[in-house]
Write a protein that binds this ligand. Structure first.
Ligand SMILES: Nc1ncnc2c1ncn2[C@@H]1O[C@H](COP(=O)(O)OP(=O)(O)OP(=O)(O)O)[C@@H](O)[C@H]1O
Length: 245
């Protein structure tokens, strides 16, 4: 059996978002291709989270459009089901770690229950969480909760995973565990699109950088080039720590 064709690439065509009379995202165009880890950088308030939320369909743009890959044929349900998002603060249900994943699999129509449990246990195992399977998700540490959110997203085998500052609240050890999980998810074939304020993390994880400033996309640049020789003065100032939101 062939794997279903990816919903990628995602073409972002002149995307804008206006609220309260302010243009918060201004005519952003980019193509997000499979395989590359895309890291979105920029100062506070640049519009990084907004761009992720628009791409994931949590917000509707006030201008422009998203076009998913050729095989989507306007199938919005398929586009929705083949992507996942992990937030700075993980959104977990008041259930066990295991049940958080089996519930997500049930919503995706995975049957029977025994298959959901087996897949959920495998997902926990991949992230080193198997011993915590029966523990209520909400009593897990912040780092464990974030890994659980990643395990749940990964269990759904998305074509693309959006991550909004996934290590913002974590200590260095927990951050490294999350980075290792992101690497493993990437290696398994899911496209990574993430925001971070941690430039070291961006250097470790990124294949390409989207640099946003004041709601405008100033660069879409291979990571090695961006950190070595950014094209715009704003990006150069940002890398020197001089450009703050
Ligand atoms: N749904 C919304 N309605 C109105 N304004 C919004 C909405 N979401 C975000 N904003 C505003 O848009 C601007 C960009 O916000 P966004 O969260 O995308 O920035 P960011 O680049 O992720 O910043 P940070 O690095 O501080 O998280 C901010 O001024 C924010 O207050």
């Amino acid at each position: 059996m062939h794997a279903p064709a990816s919903i990628l690439p995602l073409h972002i065509d002149g995307l804008s978002f206006e609220a309260g009379g302010a243009l918060l995202l201004d005519n952003v165009s980019a193509t997000l291709r499979p395989g590359l880890r895309t890291v979105i950088l920029g100062p506070n308030g640049a519009g990084k989270s907004l761009l992720l939320r628009l791409c994931h369909g949590l917000l509707a743009p006030t201008g422009g459009a998203l076009r998913w890959g050729a095989f989507c044929n306007g199938d919005e349900e398929r586009v929705r089901r083949r992507q996942a998002m992990v937030f700075q603060r993980p959104v977990l249900l008041r259930r066990s770690a295991l049940a958080n994943i089996t519930y997500a699999l049930a919503l995706r129509g995975v049957r029977p229950r025994a298959r959901r449990v087996a897949e959920a246990r495998a997902a926990l195992e991949r992230l080193g969480l198997a011993p915590l399977a029966e523990r209520p998700a909400r009593v897990l540490s912040g780092g464990e909760q974030q890994r659980l959110a990643l395990a749940r997203a990964w269990a759904l085998s998305p074509d693309v995973l959006f991550l909004d500052e996934p290590t913002a609240n974590l200590d260095p050890a927990a951050s490294r565990a999350v980075e290792a999980a992101v690497e493993a998810i990437h290696a398994a074939g899911t496209k990574i699109v993430m925001t971070t304020h941690d430039l070291g993390q961006a250097r470790r994880l990124a294949d390409e950088i989207l640099f946003l400033c004041g709601g405008r996309l100033l660069e879409q640049t291979p990571a090695a080039t961006f950190f070595h020789a950014p094209r715009t003065p704003e990006a150069a100032a940002f890398l020197r720590g001089e450009l703050v939101g």
